[in-house]
Design a protein around this ligand. Structure first.
Ligand SMILES: Nc1nc2c(ncn2[C@@H]2O[C@H](COP(=O)(O)OP(=O)(O)OP(=O)(O)O)[C@@H](O)[C@H]2O)c(=O)[nH]1
Length: 434
């Protein structure tokens, strides 16, 4: 007992010292002879006495061995000690004495702290190495992680954000303090969830797309965000983390591709395929509500001779100007598309016979009066238009309606071109432009 460097001492049930080793003498700064038979709190500094056994006293009274860690100053050096008390009872179960051991665990503690610091440093490096923005908040919604990528995305350095609460971290994204996706880790909120597009759940991880109006200097950015809870060793949620990817470029690319698949490359009008997508939706609405509607097929007259006379490039210019003129003379709701070659098609929703007549006649006149400037001099063209107007007619397919409009177009060509032929569900009306 004298040889070991750990603190060793013995007390009776009343707390009187029965024995103590030299290490304990150094802690008590007194000799063993002055300790024996005395209550340790009378000899030791009150702070030391309190740290040594008082936290464990109720458990010791109950006869249970116990251990705790405490800082003690031994010969002016602070030491972290692991104190273990072992109560000893007689055959009747009465507490007779307590054997105590104080082990110096300062070095072990320092090694653990060092390795913790090393791990934290490495974790911070890994977090900063991530190409995606990463942030995390604690239970009080204070920022505890703000990596380099999120600093770059938002323009806010970590030192300006770490430790801040009260939704300060949402300002660089949304321009205001507001609950956001990470809040769904703590509690569900359907209104909040609805603010994001394509929210998916996988276990306790949530993925969503959203538009952050304050990013990119206020121009806004699309983000793909993934949030998950942060848990302690016991599995309790103690915070939330979010990884954010800026998907603005890929969204733009996606939109460009979508437009490419919808638009005719020469005239920039909708192409035939996309016309059918939109027209089918509109036609379904017509079938349900029976609001009047008109369909119009248009063909440029003698277009072959334009190509033959001025060349294909001028022909292309003429096609574009005709497309532009048609577009400029229609309403936003009208669906105009290039049907193919020098043919166009229009679906005019909410349009009765008279309006269809007036609108298509307006188109015919607008194109006929347009002087198209080309490198080979001014060119003018005329249009033939075949129109079918329906109000409450029998259900027929969109294709059959288009056929009917095509028949009217054929009739307009036959009747001399530069004219509109309208079919009012079997009744033919004529608008002669010549
Ligand atoms: N420049 C150019 N010409 C095209 C394009 N698509 C089709 N065409 C031409 O359009 C012309 C259509 O000619 P036709 O179908 O004979 O009819 P048209 O000369 O317009 O005579 P009608 O329709 O009977 O009045 C052809 O010469 C095609 O080559 C295009 O994208 N650019």
């Amino acid at each position: 007992m004298d040889a070991i460097g750990d603190l060793v001492w013995l007390q009776d049930a009343r707390g009187l010292c029965l024995d103590a080793n030299p290490a304990f003498e150094r802690l008590a700064q007194t000799e063993r002879s002055r300790l024996l038979g005395r209550r340790l709190e009378d000899v030791l500094d009150p702070g030391v006495a309190g740290n040594l056994w008082q936290p464990d006293w109720p458990a010791l009274q109950g006869g249970r061995a116990c251990t705790h860690e405490t800082w003690l100053t031994i010969e002016d050096v602070p030491r972290l000690c692991e104190i273990t008390h072992i109560p000893q009872r007689d055959s009747a179960g009465t507490l007779v004495q307590i054997q105590s051991l104080g082990r110096d665990i300062t070095q072990r503690h320092q090694r653990i702290e060092q390795s913790l610091r090393d791990s934290q440093r490495q974790l911070a490096d890994v977090i900063d190495f991530l190409p995606d923005a990463l942030l995390a908040i604690d239970r009080d919604k204070r920022v505890i992680i703000w990596n380099k990528a999120v600093a770059k995305l938002t323009g806010i350095p970590p030192e300006a954000m770490l430790g801040r609460g009260d939704y300060a971290y949402t300002v660089p994204f949304y321009g205001e303090r507001r609950p956001q996706l990470m809040d769904l880790v703590f509690q569900s909120d359907t209104d909040l969830e609805r603010r994001y597009a394509h929210v998916t759940r996988e276990g306790d991880t949530l993925t969503a797309e959203g538009f952050c109006n304050a990013l990119h200097d206020g121009h806004g950015a699309w983000i793909l965000a993934r949030v998950a809870p942060l848990r302690d060793a016991a599995g309790q949620v103690v915070g939330a983390m979010e990884i954010i990817r800026d998907i603005t470029d890929s969204k733009r690319l996606e939109e460009d591709l979508r437009q490419l698949t919808r638009l005719d490359p020469l005239t920039q009008l909708f192409n035939r395929r996309y016309f059918f997508t939109l027209a089918e939706q509109e036609y379904q609405r017509f079938l349900r509500y029976h609001h009047p509607m008109a369909l119009c097929m248009i063909d440029i007259d003698h277009f072959k001779s334009v190509n033959d006379r001025y060349g294909h490039l001028v022909g292309d210019t003429v096609l574009c100007i005709v497309a532009q003129t048609l577009h400029d003379n229609l309403r936003q709701v009208d669906i105009l598309a290039r049907y193919g070659g020098e043919e166009f098609v229009i679906l005019l929703p909410e349009t009765d016979l008279q309006t269809a007549c007036a609108s298509t006649e307006r188109l015919r006149v607008a194109v006929a009066e347009r002087r198209i400037e080309t490198p080979s001099g001014p060119v003018s063209v005329t249009l033939s238009l075949g129109v079918v107007a329906i109000a409450d007619g029998p259900a027929m397919t969109l294709e059959r309606l288009l056929d009917a409009a095509d028949q009217m177009l054929y009739r307009a060509k036959q009747a001399g071109r530069n004219r509109v032929e309208i079919w009012d569900l079997g009744r033919s009306m004529e608008s002669d432009g010549d």
